[in-house]
Design a protein around this ligand. Structure first.
Ligand SMILES: Cc1cc2nc3c(=O)[nH]c(=O)nc-3n(C[C@H](O)[C@H](O)[C@H](O)COP(=O)(O)OP(=O)(O)OC[C@H]3O[C@@H](n4cnc5c(N)ncnc54)[C@H](O)[C@@H]3O)c2cc1C
Length: 363
């Protein structure tokens, strides 16, 4: 039997993998995507909040042509949202205007993968990347020969491990479920001992909401399930689904994200905002860069270092600023409800609005 061959092998059909595959295929490369799940995006393990294009542009001003990436069809914009509401442990409320929408992440991811397929990428479902041996990818569907491999396989990336690239340190557990009810069109984020070192959330959808809890293991004493159940009880939420969980990178972007013939992208590369755990827009922005550079390498030997240079130009500064803010919060604000409430009052609305946009708090 002849071995399967491809120019670019993308591991993972999340937002990062689909964007990589779409732009690599559009540039003329032969692209194969491996996805271990049987249905893309299912089960959903996400808060399902997407900032508006304007908010993404304001946080990452270097990223151009955002419409190309974020032209998300109306049926996937489940509910338009107007603000982010930060709630202190003592229930003081700060409403920060912030435009965005909630989506159904399973259908959202399926849409992104369909764009990659339209460009000619081949997607192999129920196919798990197992490792690398002698420059060949071992998968559950047999070995695959490739020119470039792209690890878009999430926070615990196996691809990064086999490429000898760094791994995310101290990821935060986060769990989510769907709840019944009509909520105001604001994202609510609850701080304090209910979600030590991070926050619990209610993100409204149509007649329901995505609800969840994320926390820092450093400040937590109980399991995700215990924190989640406490939150659900305190807010009187009526669940429509079981809970699902995953890890969220918490330490900002990784320092090294490419080798001679491999890249890591999205959560695998720590492309997540440490102040709020959001990563979908970044996975897509970095995926576009990865796809174009990988295709350039196949077509004319473009150095893969160009990938790292470009994503650093686009997102290094805001992501490092967000990490700095998170570290300050770990030191001054988290660990006691009293301190958390005090720090939120001290920061006030203006500085917290900067914080959620990954900007420096001072001046
Ligand atoms: C509870 C929770 C809530 C969140 N809420 C939000 C939010 O509201 N907004 C936001 O922007 N971000 C949110 N995030 C973060 C966001 O989900 C991630 O940043 C985003 O999914 C990253 O996309 P990705 O493509 O890099 O990785 P993923 O979406 O994790 O995709 C990785 C894909 O790779 C596949 N895979 C993994 N290993 C293998 C393998 N060995 N072989 C084959 N396939 C493999 C997986 O099945 C998966 O489909 C949240 C995260 C969590 C955990």
């Amino acid at each position: 039997m002849t071995m399967r061959e491809t120019d670019i092998l993308v591991v993972g059909a999340g937002p990062a993998g689909s964007a990589t595959a779409r732009f690599a295929a559009a540039a003329g490369a032969n692209v194969t995507v491996l996805e271990r799940r049987s249905v893309v995006g299912d089960p959903v393990r996400c808060g399902e909040f997407m900032p508006s294009d304007e908010e993404i542009a304001s946080m990452f001003p270097g990223a151009d042509n955002l419409e190309e990436l974020f032209d998300i069809p109306a049926h996937l914009r489940v509910r338009e949202l107007e603000a982010i509401r930060l709630i202190t442990p003592g229930k003081k409320v700060y409403d920060l205007p912030f435009l965005g929408y909630s989506t159904d992440r399973d259908r959202f991811d399926q849409h992104l993968v369909s764009l990659a397929e339209k460009e000619g990428a081949e997607v192999l479902m129920r196919t798990t990347f197992l490792g690398l041996r002698n420059g060949v990818a071992e998968t559950s569907a047999g070995p695959i020969r490739y020119k470039i491999i792209v690890g878009a396989d999430g926070p615990g990336s196996r691809t990064a491990q086999f490429l000898d690239l760094p791994a995310n340190q101290q990821p935060y557990p986060a769990v989510t479920a769907q709840a019944d009810g009509d909520f105001e069109p604001v994202v609510s984020m609850f701080f304090g001992g209910l979600a030590p070192g991070a926050y619990s959330w209610i993100i409204p959808k149509d007649g329901r909401a995505n609800v969840g809890v994320g926390f820092s293991p450093r400040f937590a004493h109980d399991s995700p399930r215990v924190y989640f159940d406490r939150f659900v009880e305190r807010e009187g939420l009526e669940l429509l689904s079981g809970i699902k969980g995953k890890y969220v990178p918490s330490q900002g972007p990784l320092e090294r994200t490419y080798t001679d013939n491999g890249l890591i992208v999205g959560d695998a590369a720590g492309h997540v905002m440490s102040v709020n755990g959001g990563g979908v827009p970044l996975a897509m922005i970095a995926g576009r860069v990865a796809g174009k550079v990988a295709a350039g390498n196949v077509a004319n030997g473009q150095n893969l270092a160009a990938y790292e240079q470009e994503w650093r130009r686009l997102m290094w500064k805001p992501l490092r600023t967000a990490l700095g803010t998170k570290k300050m919060a770990d030191f001054f604000a988290f660990g006691s409800d009293l301190r958390t409430g005090f720090c939120m009052r001290m920061l006030g609305k203006r500085r917290m609005a900067k914080m959620i946009r990954c900007r420096s708090l001072f001046p």
